[in-house]
Design a binder for this molecule. Structure first.
Ligand code: NAD
Length: 484
């Protein structure tokens, strides 16, 4: 594909400040999910190249952590500026490999960059403590230190933001990083590396290894005693595997895993606002976000009215190639993704759900799926328990506030939850009872670099973004100073 700046389309790994082909000479294709066309073949790296990247990150660590936070911030700021200066190329690259509409890709580039700007500054505020002493001849001081070499393993649904949300705080804290992007979307990651190099990020500080065998790279990253932290975003299944693997060398782990977000609409909600929120939360990125409304719980008194208003809004969505003007829903990422959506739909319909809108593969073919609404959905159906990761909104009916809370919490996940109500007492009662890391109240979009993103229960460990996100890449060191 052609870009304004063709050097943003890279096809080799990035190790120790240089583009790195696979030792085997092998490559694998990156395809455009809207057309099925191969964009480019990229180097198929494995365990040996990952070891090299870890060694480079280890060698670069002393120099990077010795810089002042202000010096690191100046480099990160240049990286941020370069990302924004190249927003259009990065967005086109992202839409080509991931499928989301260009407007969403532009938004993700800006959102992804925002973590770099924010953490560049926050790194200057990695304050320790002076603790009042327990003995007159001793002093107690607490320092925060970078944890060391970090492994970042990221998914395909946000090809830039999931990398910057980890790497910006890691680099700002003084850590060095080896990133393993998803095999469906390595091009955005490589473009970030090209811009990092131009910004003056020193060789070895930021490395990228991608491969068609993620387990080989993941095995190396988790087994290496040099890597002190694994930060992963992806499925709960792979998160659990990496956590087990990281146990052998007792690494710190941060896990941003799957969700099963309830989106609750109470009788007293502003229905138009609730529909707006549901559209953003459910159909953005074709329903492929971890904070997606997965279950729409609607109180009996407004169920039919909400369903009708939602159907009207959903029927306006324009399905197509995300690169085309006016398109608001792109394809799903790959064949497995659409097969899973079909399977869950089939299960729901077999158990009595009604298709109010859509319900099948789109006439465009490939991995395009119709924006869909299911009504009469019950907890016996698989959509109640599993992430759909597609443009399907299942509407559950509930009677009382207690029912809504019980249904919302009836899942092993605990990432994001949403609810709509204008009753201030209910707002506090429900907010406090939801077992989730993040709650949107009369809001369908909650992600920002300034707030802590993360889940409870099997949705994960740790927080990204905000001051809490910096702490995840630092160790606490306690000094006890004897005065003699
Ligand atoms: P995935 O777990 O299949 O893949 C994520 C990453 O892990 C990819 O880079 C993949 O190559 C890698 N991977 C797969 N097997 C591995 C192994 N054995 N060792 C090391 N790495 C391995 O998930 P996905 O399908 O790419 O992404 C979708 C999932 O991510 C959903 O469950 C979604 O909810 C979750 N997600 C969570 C968040 C969050 O912040 N909580 C954000 C985005 C996506």
């Amino acid at each position: 594909m052609s870009l304004n700046d063709q050097s943003l389309l890279q096809s080799k790994g990035y190790v120790n400040g240089a583009w790195r082909a696979a030792d085997s000479g092998k490559s694998f294709p990156v395809t455009n999910p809207a057309t099925g066309a191969v964009i480019v073949e990229v180097a198929d790296l494995g365990a040996a190249e990952t070891r090299e990247a870890i060694a480079a990150a280890d060698a670069a660590l002393p120099g990077w952590r010795a810089k002042t936070a202000k010096e690191r911030a100046a480099i990160l700021r240049r990286w941020y500026d370069l990302i924004l200066a190249n927003q259009e190329d990065l967005a086109r690259l992202m839409t080509a490999e991931q499928g989301k509409p260009l407007t969403e890709s532009r938004g993700e580039v800006a959102y992804g960059a925002s973590f770099i700007e924010w953490f560049a500054e926050e790194g200057k505020r990695a304050y320790g403590d002076v603790i009042p002493t327990f003995a007159s001849n001793k002093r107690i001081v607490v320092l925060k230190e970078p944890i060391g070499v970090v492994a970042a393993i990221t998914p395909w649904n946000f090809p830039i933001a999931m990398i910057t949300r980890k790497c910006a705080p890691a680099l700002a804290a003084g850590c060095t990083v080896v990133v393993k992007p998803a095999e469906d979307t390595p091009l955005s990651a490589l473009a970030l590396a090209e811009l990092a190099q131009r910004a003056g990020v020193p060789a070895g500080v930021f490395n990228i290894v991608m491969g068609s065998n993620p387990a080989a790279i993941g095995g190396e990253l988790t087994a290496s005693p040099i890597v002190r932290k694994v930060s992963f975003t992806g499925s709960t299944e792979v998160g659990k595997l990496l956590m087990r693997q990281a146990a052998s060398t007792v690494k710190k782990v941060s896990l941003e895993l799957g969700g099963n977000a309830p989106f609750i609409v109470f009788d007293d909600a502003d229905l138009d606002e609730a529909v707006k929120g549901a559209m953003a939360s459910k159909y953005r990125n074709a329903g492929q976000t971890c904070v997606c409304a997965n279950r729409l719980l609607v109180q009996a008194g407004v169920y039919d009215a909400f369903a009708a208003k939602l159907a009207e809004a959903v029927s306006q969505l324009q399905v197509g190639n995300g690169a085309d003007a006016g398109v608001t829903q792109g394809p799903l990422i790959n064949d497995d993704a659409i097969a899973k959506v079909e399977e869950l739909m089939g299960d729901a319909v077999e158990k009595g759900a009604k298709v109010a809108l859509g319900g099948k593969r789109h006439a465009l073919g490939g991995t395009f799926f119709e924006p869909t609404i299911l009504t009469g959905v019950t907890s016996a159906m698989r959509v109640a328990r599993e992430e759909i990761f597609g443009p399907v909104a299942p509407l559950f009916r509930f009677e009382t506030e207690e029912d809504a809370i019980r249904m919302a919490n009836d899942t092993e996940f605990g990432l994001a939850a949403y609810f709509y109500s204008r009753d201030i007492g209910r707002v506090w009662r429900v907010a406090e009872k939801l077992e989730y890391g993040m709650v949107g109240i009369n809001e369908g979009i909650i992600s920002t670099e300034v707030a802590p993103f993360g889940g409870v229960k099997e949705s994960g460990i740790g927080r990204e973004g905000s001051k809490y996100g910096l702490d995840d890449f630092m160790e606490v060191k306690y000094l006890c100073v004897g005065l003699g």
